[in-house]
Design a protein around this ligand. Structure first.
Ligand code: NAP
Length: 521
């Protein structure tokens, strides 16, 4: 790693590298010794991050002022920059996989969800730019006559906001989380300042470091602050944006900050969610739809050790199928190998750190009050990992035989490899249980009859940002319950945060201001 982007700090006999921040068009170290990032399997310290002492207000002003160059370009030109970023990141992919394995404890397939997902998302927005062409603003709808014979008329335009976009991300997607927000903002012509979650900031910082070094973007278009979030929201001004992903608790702090509450900084919130998977009534036990549900649940519970905001947390099945589904999922889960992702035999790596490991154990203890264990994660021996050190946990399937009487299974999001199976009486009951999540990012529905699938999907649409419908015909091509695709909306109502991201060109709305023009024809 190039030493320019690192500072060093002596902690007793140990010297640890401290990642630098990129703000105000230069690499700059924090004033303190910072916070440590760890290998969650081996427990070793990797690097440190520190943002103390940065002049955030001056850095934000620099981004707003210098970022104006980005705004002066066309969508096509900015799209070409995104293409160059995607190519450059692709070329350094192996380095990012190494960082992910060390810092996130993920197996290669799970790192790919983050890293390749990021590159795919950037490429998708680069392609979208070609359709927007050599323009600097967008029309929104057609002109509408406002006077007789249309002598006076109105039309709406979308222009990039003149502020910056502050992107605050969760720990579970340091690469994808950065780029799914940054690509639409940069394509819109809005400079971005990225604040990755501390636990996994290394990967995001490395990607920004490489983009800056490649000189692809105008100075000021991309900045990164690694470390504490203190002072970031205070420095926001009315035309800025904040796009937040994280827990509902931090989301409420962000929402109530004066920048948002009083200065009307536009905020998008992606928070936690208790997503469901539903097997429609009338499917045969062991039939194709049944198998598709079982496979998808196991995948969702184990990919990234269940640390995905879209992961399946509740599995709703007809009461007659409850035991058969419990057996089928448990049987597959028992084969999942857990431990050090450096060992090729390991299918599921670690939780991100000790704090998350403890949080998952505490959540499990809470859910245990209302549920039975159907498959116990503690039954999995760890491969090449010391249980006293490694933040590795086997997948656990819980059962809530009387879900109407359960409260917390519909409320607590355990951010780990845990899901709860529950029986329903009829379709209306299944829908009522799904809605007890109070607004979710995604629900998936499994069945073979088109009428039942479309009826259930439509009923779920008002309380879910995405409904993923799986029938045997799409078994080999469906994109996966938890996979966020840049072409489809990501976000959800209610407790999921009420936000909207991605969805193709829809994502540009957030970074543009809409104005009504009225004048002569
Ligand atoms: P978190 O603790 O809420 O932190 C999220 C981000 O907010 C981090 O960058 C954090 O920085 C920052 N932050 C903390 N306090 C802040 C404050 N007062 N003002 C501004 N920023 C602040 O969440 P997490 O533990 O990283 O992520 C896990 C949660 O994210 C889960 O609940 C999951 O469901 C949710 N999530 C949702 C989505 C979605 O798209 N809906 C996607 C992924 C994850 P530090 O790390 O430095 O504290």
């Amino acid at each position: 790693m190039a030493p320019d982007f690192l500072a060093s700090v002596c902690l007793g006999a140990m010297v640890t590298e401290v990642l630098q921040n990129y703000l105000g068009g230069r690499w700059i170290a924090g004033a303190g010794s910072g916070a440590a990032l760890y290998d969650p399997v081996r427990g070793t310290e990797l690097v440190r991050v520190d943002s103390s002492g940065l002049d955030i207000a001056a850095g934000f002003n620099f981004a707003r002022k210098e970022g104006a160059e980005l705004r002066s370009l066309t969508y096509r030109q900015r799209g070409e920059m995104l293409s160059a970023i995607a190519r450059m990141l692709q070329g350094r992919r192996e380095i990012y996989f190494e960082i992910a394995q060390a810092n996130s404890g993920t197996v290669s397939n799970d790192s790919a969800v983050d890293i390749d997902g990021a590159i795919y998302t950037i490429s998708t927005y680069a392609k979208l730019a070609e359709t927007l062409g050599d323009r600097q603003f967008l029309f929104d709808g057609e002109a509408t006559p406002l006077a007789k014979e249309a002598a006076f008329q109105g039309r709406h335009v979308l222009v990039p906001t003149r502020g910056l976009a502050l992107l605050i991300n969760a720990f579970n997607f340091p690469a994808w989380g950065l780029w799914e927000k940054a690509a639409p903002a940069l394509l819109s012509g809005v400079p971005v300042v990225v604040k990755p979650a501390t636990a996994t900031a290394w990967l995001a910082q490395a990607m920004v470091r490489d983009v800056v070094a490649a000189g692809i973007l105008p100075v000021g278009a991309l900045s990164v602050i690694c470390g504490s979030s203190a002072g970031l929201l205070d420095a926001l001004e009315p035309f800025d944006l904040v796009s937040f992903t994280g827990s509902a608790e931090t989301a409420s702090t962000v929402r109530s900050h004066p920048a948002i509450a009083r200065r009307s900084v536009r905020a998008n919130i992606e928070a936690d969610s208790v997503n469901s998977a539903i097997l429609v009534d009338g499917e045969a036990g062991g039939g194709p739809a049944f198998d598709l549900l079982v496979r998808e649940v196991v995948r969702e519970m184990t990919v990234k050790s269940g640390q995905k905001c879209t992961a399946i947390r509740r599995i709703l099945v007809p009461a007659s199928q409850y035991d058969a589904v419990a057996d089928a999922i448990s049987s597959r889960l028992s084969k999942v190998t857990v431990g050090d992702p450096r060992n090729n035999r390991v299918r599921m790596g670690a939780l991100v750190n000790r704090a998350q490991y403890v949080a998952v154990q505490e959540g499990l203890a809470q859910l245990r009050k209302e549920t039975k264990i159907l498959h116990d994660g503690a039954s999995h021996d760890l491969i090449d990992a010391d249980p006293a050190v490694a933040c590795c946990l086997g997948p656990t399937l819980l059962g809530a035989p009387d879900p109407d009487r359960s409260e917390i299974v519909h409320d607590i999001e355990i951010f780990g490899p845990v899901a709860t199976l529950m029986p329903y009486r009829d379709e209306a009951h299944a829908l009522a249980l799904a809605r007890r999540g109070q607004g979710s990012l995604v629900a998936s529905v499994y069945g073979s009859g088109a009428a039942a699938l479309s009826r259930v999907a439509l009923e779920l649409a008002d309380s879910h940002g995405r409904v993923h419908v799986v029938s045997p015909e799409v078994a080999d091509v469906q994109t996966g319950h938890g996979n966020v695709m840049p072409q489809s909306l990501h976000g959800g109502p209610g407790r999921a945060g009420g936000g909207e991201e991605l969805g193709g060109a829809r994502a540009l709305n957030f970074s543009h201001r809409r104005a009504a023009y009225r004048g002569r024809r």
